[in-house]
Ligand binder design. Structure first.
Ligand code: FBP
Length: 553
């Protein structure tokens, strides 16, 4: 492996644990809290999780360790999209496990949950684990998106655990993966396998959070990486003063990343999907909103600006999601094959025009041809449009261009509009974790082992008080069922962890709302620069603006 100077230096970094976990394994005991109940649909969730529902929230504190001393054989899985710090979760878990008993063993199942089903694994040792300390990525064992959800899969998982005498499985994943962790935990308990299941909250999207989980790991680093890039673009933009930059940022549905980047960089415009949905904004209204700002800036001689667009925004525009639903319906089955067989785009367009309702046709007609074609051609295995592939940054810039052309013809707009497009997603998911994510992830992994050692099952590793220095962080565990409700998935009611979208009454959005007009009309860019790993704590250990505002700081 070729090792960069930064990676060599990062190997030396000692992640900080919450104060209560610092005195060593023999000095950690459990403080029990209240019994829990799910956030909604209590009776239904209770019936589905008879063995794991209603357990108590717990907190670790300093004190005599009273856990049962038995050999632990743990399996760990990385699930879903990469998020900076995943390696440190594994390292923290490994260090706690070995510190407790050098005979303990950590298996890493390769390529995501499928590794468990296929019994494809490595056994970690010091030499292997040390190569990955404080590094980005999930390449330590790889990740995957196989869902663990059927009884057959659980039976295979239990067999694999039995074969290796595994006592616990740790699933590092987002809301779906931790939902699966809860169902697997219930299965393991119901079948008396003796296997515990513990989850760890991962996702750059930041949507696995609630009153108990203050942040999912990876959000800090990813949002700061995108903010660095957006800040650089703002500086370029303010230097050349000739382009409007349309920047799409990742975050499958929720706009947490877009909002955090806006708080970090103070762009001229940032769309927030949740607000678009709440106000039921149409494409024309959004395009008017952006064009008004472009026009206003042009009047002051500023033919430049930066617009941040959240990845999932089009799904939140009601007329656009209806159009997608109609196209999905129209092109399902044989009709889709007939559509694909049509030789020219004009014929395909004719097919759509005759099959869609008037409202859908008028929305479809507003779209640039490239987007129209994406809506028809890029379909997933279920026959649905892959919304994440829609280049919404280009969609909005072309709607604004058309809007401004009309204004120019009417003589109200006299500026020059030259748009450029960017998509920041994969650029941030495997960055070296910030000090915050390095510390938080190591703590989550270390703490996950404490939960195992104390016999908990169906819990999420929880580290809170995160806007304070690590010394003051609080470690514990929360029953995953507490975060669940029933939702409609694939035509069925399913128990799932409730996803956290941007709260329009929350402090981060309110701050943005209070400042966005000023940021739009004036040029108030801030340039966060690269994440700093070495230097004063005031620069290196900053949390996200989102977390600070949410914690009232
Ligand atoms: P997770 O929800 O698994 O953490 O992944 C989030 C994410 O990075 C989204 O931001 C993005 O839309 C998606 O993954 C991309 O998925 P893929 O890695 O399969 O291209």
């Amino acid at each position: 492996m070729n090792i960069s100077p930064l990676q060599t230096a990062r190997y030396e970094y000692s992640p900080k644990l919450p104060g209560m976990l610092r005195n060593g394994i023999s000095d950690i005991c459990v403080l029990e809290g209240e019994e829990t109940s799910s956030v909604a649909d209590q009776e239904k969730i209770k019936a589905l999780f008879p063995n794991t529902y209603g357990k108590k929230e717990i907190t670790f504190q300093k004190g005599q360790n009273t856990s049962v001393q038995k050999k632990q054989v743990v399996g760990v899985i990385l699930s879903g999209g990469q998020a900076p710090g995943g390696h440190n979760v594994v390292c923290g878990l490994y260090d706690a496990l070995k510190a407790t008993n050098p005979e303990n063993v950590l298996y890493g199942f390769k390529g995501g949950p499928s590794g468990l089903l296929e019994d494809d694994y490595i056994i970690f040792d010091d030499a292997y684990i040390d190569q990955y300390r404080n590094t980005g990525g999930f390449d330590i064992i790889g990740s995957g998106r196989t869902k663990l959800e059927t009884q057959e899969q659980f039976a295979v998982a239990a067999e694999v655990c039995k074969k290796h005498e595994i006592t616990a499985i740790v699933i590092i994943g987002g809301d779906d993966s931790n939902t699966n962790a809860a169902v697997l935990a219930e299965y393991m308990a119901a079948h008396n396998t003796g296997v515990q299941v513990i989850g760890c909250p991962k996702t750059i999207d930041g949507d696995l959070k609630n009153e108990d989980i203050e942040a999912s790991f990876g959000f800090d680093t990813a949002a700061k990486t995108y903010s660095e890039l957006i800040g650089n673009i703002e500086r370029d933009c303010n230097s050349a003063k000739k382009y409007w930059h349309f920047v799409k940022v990742m975050g499958r549905s929720a706009s947490h990343i877009a909002l955090e980047c806006a708080l970090e960089t103070q762009p001229n415009i940032c769309l927030i999907s949740e607000e678009v949905a709440a106000k039921k904004q149409s494409l024309a209204e959004i395009s008017d909103y952006i064009a008004d700002i472009v026009e206003k800036r042009a009047e002051q001689g500023m033919n430049f600006g930066v617009v941040i667009i959240p990845e999932g925004v089009v799904e939140f525009v009601p007329e656009f999601s209806s159009l997608i639903a109609e196209i999905n319906e129209l092109l399902a089955g044989k009709a889709g094959e007939a559509f694909s067989a049509l030789p020219t785009w004009n014929e395909k367009k004719g097919f759509l025009h005759s099959g869609l309702r008037d409202q859908a046709v008028s929305v479809f007609s507003m779209l640039p041809q490239g987007i129209q074609q994406q809506l028809c051609l890029d379909r997933d295995p279920h026959g649905n449009v892959q919304v994440s592939l829609i280049e919404s940054e280009k969609l909005f810039s072309s709607l604004v261009a058309a809007n401004l052309a009309k204004r120019k013809a009417a003589g109200t707009y006299k500026g020059k509009f030259s748009p450029l497009h960017h998509f920041f997603g994969y650029e941030g998911r495997c960055a070296f974790p910030s000090n915050f994510d390095a510390d938080y992830c190591y703590s989550l992994g270390y703490n996950a082992f404490m939960l195992i050692q104390y016999g908990f099952n169906g819990y999420l590793s929880k580290v809170s008080n995160l806007s304070k220095p690590a010394e003051e962080w609080v470690a514990g565990g929360m029953p995953i069922t507490k975060m669940m409700n029933m939702e409609r998935r694939h035509g069925e009611d399913k128990p799932v962890i409730r996803k956290a979208l941007v709260d329009l009454d929350g402090a981060p959005f309110k701050y943005f709302e209070a400042h966005r007009q000023e940021w739009a009309e004036n040029t108030c860019y801030t340039f966060p620069g690269a994440i700093q790993y070495f230097g004063p704590s005031s620069v290196c250990d900053l949390t996200t603006r989102t977390l600070a505002l949410e914690q009232g700081e």
